[in-house]
Write a protein that binds this ligand. Structure first.
Ligand code: ARG
Length: 572
């Protein structure tokens, strides 16, 4: 990884001159303007300012200490004190050669692996998963995979909502209105129907509401019948969730639902009260954040006036459990943006409860999914969109795309490919935008064969596979070096080198879209290379080198797509 080697040398050179300096921010990044160089650092400017030095003078001194002749042409000092590095083709060639030997794929695993907990998906029992849960599932799973690729230890936890006041109404519905056949057909839909039925009944009839409260108290007190029904509701829901996870190829290390923490909640509240963090207000236990800029107006309730704990209390107990069980350096929550206030309160509360806990608490939130009319994504009749139906439709539509592209493939193979392309398209649409922006769900956009889409990238990969199919039994020889004589070869090779940097950026900011953009550009560079540089028709060493470039591009594309949670296909 040349940029890391450059960075290490640069940091050492700075330390020679300024032994006290904090060099953690002395970074080498791709040069924004390729005509000035391949890599650049702007860190010396800030460093000089902080130490009241002249930036250009500091830059000149650092360059004097810096020996990077193995990698670069003479280093240039530009503007107010930038350093520009122009790679030597020989250095590029060496990195490619070591990659063809399988020594690396342009990234390095962490020297000091961290432990990260990722809380994602987390749907609610007795309610169908909706498109927001799918986005959490896909983003969370992709993040887990990128962290793991870089050698970190990840524990994923599906914090399903399996406890709460809704079970009072659900129990009334179950006992009085259950349609067993409907339950067998689609359990979540039937439970949703029961909930809505009782919920509406409660509005007009106090006695129904009272019955729901009674059932809830019985459940909380451990009544055998209610517990059994509650368990059945969880089992049925989880069965349906697992079906979706299976189709999406998503897994979790843990599925500790909210109810797992029930017996700890009382202790959490007592603790907060004894420590003077929570105080009584109108019968409830409340935490006020009077001295806090943004939370001043948003006190958090940790125990309601009826004595019940809530979502916040459960999340506090959950976080304590995570800290005690895993000692993570970071806990990541992937939910939609509407929960921002909840997580701000939670993190602030936890900091007060466990000062100096040392974990980075990170709410990775995302925007809404909109229909093509710009309104929240719903069915025509205004119902929320069911995930299973959505996935069916994706596969069906992808089947049409694949059939049009390649009508001669056998039907069964087209179905397999359509599954990969259709599910890939949905996943990629969730991943490829800035996660904090709302995005418009459009079949035509996500299934297009041009643009930054899954079909485009999957197709680029199949083109590489088809080159190797044409080789037949001919065995691949490894090049001794790469000449990179054509501009397109050079551009492609340099882009391959950035893979690791992009992976680092993804984990730093929890933004998988950086990887999507990188792969999209990679496919583009590959396209120009393939158009301008004959591969199979080339001869001798050049042919060997170009084939190796194709192979490395294919490996990076495949690894990148799989790390995002997509499957690949050899044909399309
Ligand atoms: N069940 C919640 C929902 O559907 C999401 C839970 C997110 N995780 C957490 N630890 N609060 O909105």
């Amino acid at each position: 990884m040349i940029h890391l080697a450059l960075q290490e040398k640069l940091q050492r050179a700075v330390l020679e001159l300024m032994p006290e300096a904090d060099v953690s921010s002395v970074l080498v990044r791709p040069c924004p303007e390729p005509k000035f160089g391949d890599y650049q650092t702007n860190a010396l400017i800030g460093l000089a300012k902080r130490n009241r030095l002249n930036p250009r003078e500091l830059a000149a001194k650092v360059v004097g200490q810096l020996d990077v002749t193995d990698y670069c042409e003479p280093v240039e000092i530009a503007g107010p004190g930038f350093l520009n590095f122009q790679l030597k083709t020989a250095a590029l060639s060496d990195t490619l050669v070591s990659a063809t030997r399988g020594e690396h794929l342009f990234y390095r695993t962490a020297a000091e692996p961290r432990t990260i907990i990722i809380d994602y998906s987390s749907p609610n029992v007795a309610k169908p998963m909706h498109v927001g849960h799918i986005r959490s599932t896909i983003l969370g799973y992709a993040l887990a995979k990128v962290f793991r690729l870089l050698g970190h230890k990840v524990a994923t936890d599906n914090h399903i909502g399996d406890w709460g006041t809704q079970f009072g109404k659900l129990l009334v519905g179950w006992k009085e209105h259950l349609d067993k056949d409907a339950l067998g057909q689609d359990a979540l839909a039937e439970m949703e129907r029961l909930y809505k039925l009782v919920n509406t009944a409660c509005d007009g009839d106090e006695t129904v509401l009272a019955r729901a409260r009674e059932e809830l108290v019985k459940l909380q007190d451990g009544d055998a019948e209610n517990l059994a029904i509650w368990h059945e509701m969880i089992d049925l829901s989880r069965h349906q969730f697992d079906e979706i996870y299976g189709r999406l190829g998503v897994e979790f290390d843990e599925t500790l639902g909210e109810s797992f923490y029930n017996d700890r909640l009382k202790g959490v509240v007592d603790d907060l009260v004894t420590q003077g963090i929570a105080e009584e207000s109108e019968g409830a236990q409340v935490v006020f954040f009077n001295d806090h800029k943004s939370l001043k107006k948003h006190p958090a309730i940790v125990q309601k006036s009826d004595g019940a704990a809530n979502y916040t209390t459960t999340d506090l107990a959950t976080l304590e459990h995570r800290q005690d069980s895993w000692q993570p350096s970071e806990v990541i929550y992937v939910t939609d943006g509407r929960q921002q206030l909840h997580f701000q309160q939670l993190f602030e509360l936890y900091n007060r409860w466990k000062p100096g806990h040392g974990m980075k608490l990170n709410h990775v939130w995302f925007g809404a999914i909109l229909g093509e009319d710009g309104k929240p994504f719903k069915t025509r009749s205004g119902e929320i969109i069911r995930l299973s139906g959505l996935l069916d439709e994706a596969e069906q539509r992808a089947f049409d795309v694949v059939s049009e592209k390649n009508p001669n493939l056998p039907g069964e193979e087209r179905h397999d490919i359509a599954r990969v392309v259709g599910l890939g398209a949905i996943k990629y649409a969730d991943l490829s935008g800035n996660r904090q922006s709302d995005y418009v769900f459009s079949w035509d956009t996500m299934l297009a064969l041009v643009g930054n889409t899954a079909p485009y990238l999957l197709y680029a990969f199949t083109r590489i596979r088809s080159i190797f199919r044409k080789l037949g039994n001919e065995s691949l020889t490894r090049p001794e070096s790469f000449a990179l004589g054509q501009a397109e070869e050079l551009t492609l090779a340099k882009h391959l080198l950035h893979f690791g940097l992009v992976l680092e950026q993804v984990v730093d900011e929890c933004r998988p879209n950086y990887l999507c953009n990188y792969l999209y550009e990679l496919a583009g560079h590959f396209g120009s290379f393939y158009e301008n540089c004959p591969v199979l028709q080339a001869e001798g060493e050049i042919r060997t080198q170009r084939l190796a470039l194709c192979d490395l591009t294919g490996q990076v594309l495949k690894t990148g797509l799989e790390t995002l949670g997509l499957e690949t296909t050899d044909r399309m």
